[in-house]
Write a protein that binds this ligand. Structure first.
Ligand SMILES: Cc1cc2nc3c(=O)[nH]c(=O)nc-3n(C[C@H](O)[C@H](O)[C@H](O)COP(=O)(O)OP(=O)(O)OC[C@H]3O[C@@H](n4cnc5c(N)ncnc54)[C@H](O)[C@@H]3O)c2cc1C
Length: 287
């Protein structure tokens, strides 16, 4: 299908992008285009103006700033996968990126677009919740930051205003005693998750000092399961405790029935993905 007509703009800087977004009421940022263009072809989105930010090199790349890794919003999935910094210091982002879509999508799709789109089927939102990430957002009023836990508001709904740009994603460097897990169940290569679960655990000896459990595609948006986390935090994690936590994970699920499965199946798979991710995170935290 062919999208409705639109005017195409190529900004020269972040400031120029924000000027264009402020000037034109019905404008949308074009990043990798792998979510926006399908929506435009299906006429679910009909922006009158597209502001293509692919030329903004200042939005690309990954750097370390003390205990934080800063990822430019226009960094592609493949660049995340290839990043030695992320492989060594925040591997859950790499593990998630490797399972996103197919090589073509990963070549152009960006972490910023994946997060800004607010699709409950996208994987980075849940990973960002599990990591307690922070987002840098720039708009006509200046620069502000927002935690991942306050950013996702609903299906295709985030805290971003129409004239704002997500510029940077900030994730913590994985410290000694921290481990992660990321399991995703999908029908076939290239499909979105039936259910996925990123988990980050911090151990103090054998005691769980902190844990964050998140879920993809089993609720109207990416969610954290704090009731499950509360059961494990402060405890020596045993199989029996994990079983109780998985029951909480399942109760938090509210999936939509579709071709990927019915509610019961998706809920069961979400519990299974969380269980496997907790097991991996524990094993890695003990290394
Ligand atoms: C076949 C297929 C399978 C896929 N499977 C998965 C999967 O399993 N997991 C997964 O996570 N994703 C999946 N995706 C989605 C893919 O990761 C997209 O690339 C991603 O959702 C959007 O990133 P993008 O860079 O392509 O953004 P675009 O499509 O260009 O933009 C998406 C939306 O975000 C806005 N936007 C983009 N960047 C910014 C920014 N910096 N600031 C403000 N707003 C911005 C745009 O205006 C638009 O509304 C799949 C896509 C396809 C086509």
């Amino acid at each position: 299908m062919i999208p409705a007509g639109f005017e195409y703009h190529v900004p020269s800087s972040v400031e120029d992008t924000i000027r264009l977004l402020s000037e034109y009421e019905d404008a949308k940022v074009l990043a990798g285009g792998h979510s926006l263009l399908p929506m435009m072809k299906l006429r679910f989105a009909e922006p009158a103006h597209l502001v293509d930010i692919n030329g903004l090199t200042e939005l690309k790349g990954i750097r370390r700033d003390g205990d934080t890794i800063c990822i430019g919003a226009m960094t592609s999935e493949n660049a995340l996968i290839d990043s030695v910094l992320l492989q060594e210091h925040c591997p859950v982002v790499v593990d998630a990126a490797k399972l996103i879509a197919d090589p073509q999508v990963r070549n152009r799709g960006t972490i910023g677009g994946d997060i800004a789109h607010g699709d409950p089927g996208n994987d980075h939102p849940a990973v960002m919740l599990a990591l307690d990430a922070e987002f840098t957002i720039q708009g006509p009023e200046g620069i502000r930051t927002k935690s991942a836990s306050e950013f996702f508001l609903g299906t295709y709904w985030t805290d971003l205003a129409e004239d704002e740009l997500l510029t940077e994603i900030r994730v913590p460097v994985c410290q000694q005693g921290t481990g992660h897990g990321f399991h995703k169940f999908k029908r076939k290569t290239g499909d979105f998750a039936t259910a996925a679960s990123p988990v980050v655990i911090k151990l103090d000896g054998d005691v769980c000092r902190d844990i964050r459990i998140a879920l993809t595609n089993v609720a109207p948006m990416a969610i954290r399961v704090e009731t499950a986390e509360d059961l494990l935090r402060g405890q020596v994690i045993s199989d029996a405790l994990i079983e109780q936590a998985i029951e909480q994970v399942k109760s938090a699920c509210d999936p939509a029935e579709d071709l990927r499965g019915d509610v019961e199946y998706k809920t069961h798979m979400a519990g299974e993905m969380a269980r496997r991710s907790i097991d991996d995170a524990l094993a890695r935290a003990k290394r």
